[in-house]
Write a protein that binds this ligand. Structure first.
Ligand code: GDP
Length: 366
């Protein structure tokens, strides 16, 4: 039997064209704004998938916007780009400030573009949300890479919680991929929670380290080491070369003590000099080995599926928390009860239940 497309049937009811309420000036303005947004949303999506970097920036700006009016539009853009995304390798890069992340990304990014890759660099900088200053720095970084046609560099979103910043980066990845970027680098500072967020959105996690800073393995949180698919010892140049090779042995020994990863991948250790541009292509080789292995054994795909689920739940969590803490009555009651709890006049549990009861018994759907 031939396929019949019901959508194209002349018998289907047409939605018609929405008409403004002509008696209300406000309604007309709102209607016009909605129509303007609809056109530009479509246009932005179309231009993104035609590989237009200006549209990509506009899309990300909407994702990052703190203006609630932009949320729906951003969501539509992400949704519209989704079918064109997913064809990439996503690489997380972390390391303490000063380890050479931006110098490395400049060298690594240029290697990738020379191999015909299209490279997008995104960042998660938790410091910018806490102190309004940024550890990852400003636009003067990666000066050469930024000028390349096949590169796109976007600093971290700011003015939001880490969860918010991370979600925005996660959504920006979708837009970058729809725009034709096949290699996504997500940079973050090696100072805590942000690694977990990055790990939940990348395929491969790279830890940059230095040699010769006292005991090699001190100061690196075990959790971060455990996440790493590769540890790269940067600044392996000049007098540092020998120390870097010693450090490589130490890290190799340490990594073997960790349990086997579900990916079946054994983390690799390598040295490089981002400034002298040595050891950089070896890192790309390691990543290629990883993607070959995990695409063959199915881990690459199953991990991405898991990550999608994680982000759905994260977004729900983030919104519930925001809704709760921005609730005017909850806010008032929290302030009121904090003192009583501090002074042991009320148990923390009783206070929590009182506030939760208030929240659950009011209409929170707005
Ligand atoms: P970030 O804070 O991790 O982004 O580090 P930067 O890329 O800004 O680098 C910090 C400092 O280390 C800068 O002065 C760089 O010039 C220097 N640096 C970065 N990579 C290397 C390297 O491979 N060798 C040497 N000797 N210095 C480097």
């Amino acid at each position: 039997m031939s396929q019949h497309n019901h959508n194209k049937s002349a018998l289907t009811e047409n939605e018609g064209i929405e008409q403004p309420n002509t008696t209300d000036k406000n309604a007309i303005a709102k209607f016009q704004e909605r129509r303007r947004q609809k056109v530009s949303t479509k246009e932005i999506i179309q231009r993104i998938i035609e590989n237009d970097k200006v549209a990509l920036s506009q899309g990300i700006t909407l994702i990052e916007s703190l203006n609630p009016l932009h949320h729906a539009q951003a969501e539509e853009i992400v949704q519209g780009c989704l079918p064109y995304a997913n064809k990439s390798v996503r690489i997380g890069i972390t390391g303490v400030p000063g380890v050479g992340k931006s110098t490395f990304i400049e060298a690594f990014g240029k290697l990738l573009t020379s191999l015909g890759k299209k490279v997008a660099v995104l960042a998660i900088d938790p410091s910018s949300s806490i102190t309004k200053g940024s550890i990852l720095g400003d636009k003067t970084r990666m000066e050469e890479l930024v000028r390349e046609e096949n590169a796109f560099i976007r600093p971290s979103a700011s003015g939001d919680s880490l969860g918010g910043v991370a979600r925005k980066t996660r959504e920006s990845i979708i837009l970058c991929e729809a725009c034709g970027f096949d290699t996504i680098l997500v940079e973050t500072v090696g100072v805590g929670q942000s690694e977990t967020a990055v790990q939940s959105m990348v395929d491969f996690f790279l830890l940059l380290n230095l040699a010769g800073a006292g005991d090699e393995l001190q100061g690196i949180k075990r959790g971060i080491m455990e996440m790493a698919d590769a540890v790269i010892i940067n600044k392996a140049d000049g007098e540092n070369i020998k120390k870097a090779h010693m450090a490589k042995l130490d890290y190799n020994r340490a990594l073997h003590l960790f349990p086997k990863k579900p990916s079946d991948w054994t983390p690799k250790v390598s040295t490089c000099s981002a400034i002298e541009n040595t050891g950089i292509s070896e890192i790309w080789d390691i990543i290629t080995q990883y993607t070959t292995l995990t695409k063959e054994n199915g881990y690459f795909d199953s991990r991405r599926k898991e990550q999608n689920q994680y982000w759905m739940l994260e977004t729900i969590n983030e919104n519930i928390l925001m809704n709760f803490y921005n609730h005017p009555e909850v806010k008032a009651m929290l302030t009121e009860n904090k003192k009583a709890v501090q002074n042991s006049e009320l148990s923390p549990f009783a206070a929590a239940h009182k506030i939760l009861n208030l929240y659950f018994n009011t209409d929170n759907s707005k």
